[in-house]
Design a protein around this ligand. Structure first.
Ligand SMILES: Nc1ncnc2c1ncn2[C@@H]1O[C@H](COP(=O)(O)OP(=O)(O)O)[C@@H](O)[C@H]1O
Ligand SMILES: [Mg+2]
Length: 145
């Protein structure tokens, strides 16, 4: 377990970049990262900064209204970054209908999922990031591999 405190977006960007550099693909399944934390804790912001460090140039918006967004990566260890926001999901079956079983079994995928507790029953083994709001510009990020 590693705990980071950030007092600015620049520091959060550094944490995002360092985190990405520790990730390597599995043989037989996707790398799944669960982003835990209240509204405003910084889950979407951290995802945006992770995407940036993976060379994604199109803006990563909150997928709240689309649930899932897939970004193609170029010259990275993963071929796709998949961002899911489960906040509005009522039943895990909604995610299953989006091809969840297929995307989690593809080792080319890096999957970041906000509100994983909403679909707890279908979450595979994953890296856990616990985010919390400390003060206006300060956030705590705990990484549990
Ligand atoms: N140190 C920091 N790291 C990350 N985000 C921060 C930081 N300080 C302030 N923020 C702000 O906190 C907000 C977090 O919002 P967001 O990422 O949408 O949260 P969530 O997805 O968890 O609801 C953003 O407006 C972001 O700019
Ligand atoms: Mg969010």
């Amino acid at each position: 377990m590693t705990k980071h405190t950030t007092d600015s977006l620049e520091q959060t960007e550094k944490i995002a970049t360092d985190f990405v550099s520790t990730l390597s693909p599995n043989q037989d399944r996707a790398v799944v990262v669960g982003l835990y934390g209240n509204l405003g804790a910084g889950k979407t912001t951290l995802t945006q900064l992770i995407a940036k460090s993976l060379g994604v140039v199109d803006t990563v918006t909150s997928p709240t209204f689309v649930i899932e967004k897939i970004y193609e990566l170029t010259n990275q260890r993963f071929a796709h970054l998949i961002h899911i926001d489960a906040y509005r999901i009522e039943k895990s079956s909604e995610l299953l209908h989006l091809g969840w079983s297929e995307i989690i079994s593809d080792p080319n995928n890096l999957i970041l999922i906000e509100w994983p507790e909403r679909v707890e029953d279908i979450m595979p083994a994953h890296i856990r990031l616990n985010l919390s709001h400390v003060s206006e510009n300060s956030r705590e990020i705990e990484i549990i591999l």
